[in-house]
Design a protein around this ligand. Structure first.
Ligand code: ATP
Ligand code: MN
Length: 535
């Protein structure tokens, strides 16, 4: 990229600094990061950094300023934690004061690939590599778009600034605060880059449904040769990024999309953020190949020759790489697709009881969307390893400022209008729970998804499908490329009693979790839950 013939002042933001580095290219940021000793170059050419104390988001330190814009709209609670406007103003001034006279890296970019929905973003970073992350993840303006760029939202990102909880009104030294009136995301005390992208995601999850009649979704999306769009919802680690990178389908995006009133699906972002734990070229060639110059690796361990050991989780299990979307060969340009034909709900069921693929009725689709189930596996240390169910409404509760039923109702309506097929895909365990069974083979999951997309799983009928006796979902009896016994979780266990005991344990957890939504959900949605009684 050519140098940008433009300089900007940050005075209006309260930052009086002579050292503004505006719109540097990824190469320049890569170089500066190395020069400052803040990163290393991997043998692939990618830049590798450590994000410091935080290697993941900190949901308990995510706040929303409670004011006239948000007060009666946001679903306040322990996900959307209120923050005083005055406390925000004071903390903002402290952070900008902290950044004064420092080198700061400023970038203008967009969110939302559809121009009618575009959000102009200015990011101010304390660290060069955080600014490179912003360049990878947001949409990159052209030179002419930059000339008259008018920023709407501001992200101030100061990982080195530590809040004083008692004075500043935070929980501890780190914080990520959204202010919808001032249109600012204020992030401090954490270098974890995911806070930057999920800050804007959370802002859009408020803006799009409230002002633009558009459904924001925590999902990946891709499009087939015939232009058919598929979207994949799922919580972290369930396979959104992995499964959307499909050599036979063009990638729209790997994490955040909007479904518009014009019945299109657009990516919010301009890049991907893949998990790299145990990444192999054989299993995930597209992602593996994207890790080259311009990509930013986080919290991985390099050997003396700069090779990444993807099995090394000594820093964190949540090792990551971000890269501009065009590091993937097969992409949709621009990142927009038509009305989806297939929706996949991905879940990593560590109990190993959900079928690897099943078809959902509209009631079940609504029920599972509101439930947002996946499982967490207890630490990797030896000893007792009981999986715990993790329910997160809309498959993304930490990022959803509004009540889950707002999103669920929009989705139900859109699904009905589009006549979409909805599938529940268990990318988690088979042959028993975590500790006894094994993770579903990626090649089987891919084969099941391909079969669903190609219409190879047949029409919904009793000879093609078995209705699961606990969850009521329709389990295909056969699938090209997948051994038949794998399709029935019960038969992979070889112990019916244990299987059903565990299945009922999970169905009880579903019902327990759903209680808080019962008063909002109509009869149709409630019918989509697991069956009530053992038999
Ligand atoms: P996030 O929201 O945090 O970005 P994600 O949904 O995008 O999460 P992925 O990055 O796709 O999750 O992670 C899925 C992980 O699980 C990858 O490391 C992948 O290799 C691994 N995996 C193992 N088996 C499967 C499977 N059968 N299907 C999908 N992923 C699998
Ligand atoms: Mn992902």
């Amino acid at each position: 990229m050519d140098k940008v013939a433009k300089t900007i002042s940050l005075k209006k933001y309260g930052i009086d600094t002579a050292n503004v580095h505006y719109q540097l290219s990824p190469n320049e940021l890569h170089k500066i990061t190395l020069e400052k000793g803040m990163g290393k170059e991997a043998s692939s050419g990618a830049l590798a950094v450590n994000t410091g104390e935080f290697t993941g988001r900190s949901p308990l330190d995510r706040f929303i300023v409670k004011d006239a814009v948000t007060d009666d709209k946001v679903w306040w609670g322990n996900v959307n934690i209120p923050f005083e406007p005055k406390a925000f103003d004071a903390l903002y001034d402290k952070v900008t004061n902290y950044l004064t006279n420092k080198d700061v890296y400023v970038r203008d970019s967009f969110a939302c690939a559809d121009k009618d929905y575009r959000l102009n973003i200015r990011v101010i970073n304390e660290y060069p590599w955080s600014n490179m992350f912003a360049d990878n993840m947001f949409l990159r303006p052209t030179k002419s778009e930059l000339q008259d760029f008018d920023p709407e939202w501001l992200i101030v990102n100061a990982p080195g600034f530590m809040a004083d909880a008692k004075v500043d009104g935070t929980r501890q030294h780190n914080f990520a605060i959204l202010n919808f009136t001032r249109k600012i995301a204020l992030i401090g005390g954490t270098g974890y880059t995911g806070e930057i992208k999920k800050g804007i995601f959370s802002a859009l999850n408020f803006i799009l449904p409230v002002y633009k009649n558009t459904l924001p979704m925590h999902c990946s999306a891709n499009v087939g040769k015939d232009g058919d769009t598929a979207i994949f919802f799922g919580l972290s680690g369930t396979g959104k990024t992995t499964l959307s990178a499909d050599p036979n389908r063009r990638l729209i995006g790997d994490d955040e999309h909007g479904w518009t009133k014009e019945n299109t699906v657009f990516n919010f972002e301009g890049g991907c953020y893949a998990k790299v734990i145990n990444l192999s070229e054989e299993n995930e060639p597209e992602i593996y190949g994207a890790i080259k110059k311009g990509a930013l690796l986080e919290n991985v361990v390099l050997d003396a020759s700069g090779n990444v050991d993807f099995a090394d989780t000594s820093i964190t299990q949540n090792t990551r790489v971000s890269y501009p979307i065009d590091h993937i060969a097969n992409i949709q340009v621009p990142s927009i697709g038509k009305n989806p034909k297939n929706i996949f709900f991905l879940t990593a069921d560590a109990f190993g009881v959900l079928p690897p693929i099943s078809k959902l009725t509209p009631s079940q689709a609504a029920y599972h969307f509101i439930s947002g189930y996946t499982a967490k596996v207890a630490g990797t240390e030896a000893g007792i390893v009981e999986p715990t169910p993790n329910f997160s409404a809309c498959f993304g509760a930490p990022f959803m400022p509004l009540h889950p039923t707002v999103y669920a109702e929009m989705l139900s309506k859109k699904m009905k209008e589009a006549g979409v097929n909805v599938w529940l895909v268990n990318t988690g365990w088979t042959g028993g729970p975590y500790g006894i069974g094994t993770r579903m083979k990626l090649k089987y999951t891919r084969a099941m998804i391909t079969a669903a997309l190609n219409g190879d799983l047949g029409l919904y009928s009793y000879d093609k499908y078995h209705i699961h006796s606990v969850f009521g979902v329709a389990q295909p009896r056969e699938c090209p490329g997948v051994p038949t016994e794998v399709l029935s979780p019960r038969s992979t266990w070889n112990d019916d009693e244990k299987y059903y005991t565990t299945a009922f344990k999970l169905s009880n957890a579903f019902r327990e979790n759903f209680k808080k939504f019962e008063s909002f959900a109509n009869e149709e949605i409630r019918r989509g839950g697991p069956q009530r009684y053992a038999f």
